[in-house]
Design a protein. Structure first.
Length: 213
């Protein structure tokens, strides 16, 4: 995705390759850099009390990450981990500050942050209102919307997460997540393979995500 913000960061940043499992930044780090993901997937996670890793979301091409700590000067609140081969533009945090002196660029970032805030609010509502099957259905729809490719019989997604990571993202145990995936396969909503997902019936999957099925 090309935008005023990503253009500003690309003009003064440089391309860096990250291998699978490598951290772009780590929870607790000082915010000295901002990133534009050019290719690949990045998992955003945080360590909760008890040292449990909580998956907060996935970011892909065109997404800017690391901007919050660059804005407020606080340590990183999460870790960004490459879940495959990733290429990113890396720019000093000072570039973001200068770019935001332009009103249009600042408004663009505000819109991005508003979308993420609404998404966080929606996830809190999900955890209160939906069972594991509903939450898994939402995450699969999100993967399809962000990273899927349309095919003759649905939406194909290269699934970058392990079952443990998907379970964490859904706020459920691995066993409950595996059971929900099996149910969705039996209902004809999806088929799954090793690191792959095929959404066969988007509307049926959405009904489960909305708690209507």
């Amino acid at each position: 995705m090309t935008s005023l913000l990503t253009n500003a960061l690309r003009q003064e940043g440089h391309r860096v390759q990250f291998r699978r499992g490598q951290a772009l930044f780590t929870q607790g780090d000082r915010a000295e850099r901002v990133f534009v993901i050019e290719h690949g997937w990045v998992m955003i996670s945080s360590v909760a009390p008890g040292a449990r890793e909580i998956v907060l979301g996935l970011r892909g091409p065109g997404d800017v990450i690391g901007e919050l700590s660059a804005l407020d000067g606080e340590p990183r609140s999460a870790t960004a981990l490459a879940v495959g081969e990733v290429e990113a533009t890396v720019a000093p945090a000072s570039v973001l500050a200068r770019a935001l002196q332009d009103a249009d660029t600042a408004n663009e970032l505000i819109r991005v942050l508003a979308v993420r805030l609404r998404d966080a609010d929606r996830k809190r509502l999900e955890f209160a209102a939906l069972d594991t099957l509903g939450r898994v259905a939402w995450r699969l729809l999100e993967l399809g919307d962000q990273f899927g490719e349309s095919t003759d019989d649905g939406i194909a997604v290269e699934l970058p997460l392990s079952q443990e990571q998907l379970a964490s993202w859904c706020g459920a145990s691995r066993e409950a997540t595996v059971k929900a995936l099996a149910s969705l396969r039996a209902l004809g909503c999806v088929t799954t393979g090793r690191r792959s997902l095929h959404i066969r019936d988007v509307e049926a999957l959405r009904r489960h995500a909305d708690g209507q099925a």
